[in-house]
Design a protein. Structure first.
Length: 260
């Protein structure tokens, strides 16, 4: 059940830095930049969906269905140890109490107030919800699978994946120049991933101004394209494509000059 990213590294490592090639926003990037964007999206999808597949395997075991910590604990510990990014694996019961590998036992916190909790306990999977982890305090992406026994949800297994470390993993394998960066947004413009860690879980309105937030909302009605905007006195050009699985939109952006 090892989640790896080596297939993607070979695609991105060695790409030449992208360059300006024209005056239209979509032409501000070389073919390598468009390839890097697709690889960036693919890497994040594969990493998160790989975790989802591992959780499905665990959820279907007799150990998970037992709802007993002594039974499922070794499976979650092994999953955590095998992840390419540091993360917390957990098992939640119908009353919201949960075991977490981060604390090596039952947490003093409760997950019943999480927005994803009723969805998970109704028997549906969770992929990509954003939270501040109760176990660690880290900004995290939630990936979770219900544990079903005799047709009834008896709990759920999940992973809280730290967005800072996922962004770091991406950054380490992308050949981006210093005036460029990657980021990913939810459709409501909340920043999920970013080369600049301090911007994660903010919105373009927080980083720039209210008008910029509205511009991004309009752009994110599309599934892919190019977008030119102004941020903190700099003219920016970007290309983006959205993921149906994660419901995030992935961007690569570049400074193209000073705002007049």
């Amino acid at each position: 059940m090892r989640t790896v990213v080596s297939w993607w590294c070979g695609i991105v490592v060695g790409l030449t830095p992208f360059s300006l090639q024209g005056q239209e926003p979509s032409k501000y990037f070389s073919a390598d930049a468009h390839a890097a964007l697709g690889a960036y999206r693919g890497m994040v999808e594969e990493h998160t969906e790989g975790i989802l597949r591992d959780l499905r395997i665990i959820a279907d075991t007799a150990e998970a269905k037992s709802t007993k910590e002594a039974e499922y604990r070794p499976l979650l510990t092994r999953l955590t140890d095998n992840l390419a990014t540091d993360a917390t694996s957990w098992y939640v019961l119908p009353d919201g109490s949960y075991f977490a590998t981060e604390v090596s036992g039952m947490s003093e916190q409760n997950l019943k107030d999480r927005e994803y909790f009723p969805t998970l306990l109704s028997g549906k999977e969770i992929l990509g919800d954003l939270v501040i982890s109760k176990s660690t305090g880290h900004r995290s992406v939630i990936i979770a699978v219900p544990v079903i026994d005799h047709g009834k949800p008896v709990g759920g297994v999940g992973v809280s994946l730290r967005v800072r470390l996922l962004s770091k993993l991406v950054d380490e394998h992308m050949n981006l120049p210093s005036d460029s960066y990657f980021y990913a947004l939810e459709r409501d413009t909340k920043i999920v991933l970013h080369r600049k860690a301090e911007r994660m879980f903010q919105t373009p309105s927080d980083v720039g101004d209210e008008a910029l937030g509205e511009e991004f909302k309009n752009v994110l009605r599309q599934d892919r394209g190019a977008f030119e905007y102004t941020l903190q006195g700099k003219k920016m050009a970007s290309i983006f494509e959205c993921s149906p699985a994660l419901k995030w939109c992935f961007f690569i952006a570049k400074e193209i000059g000073n705002a007049s």
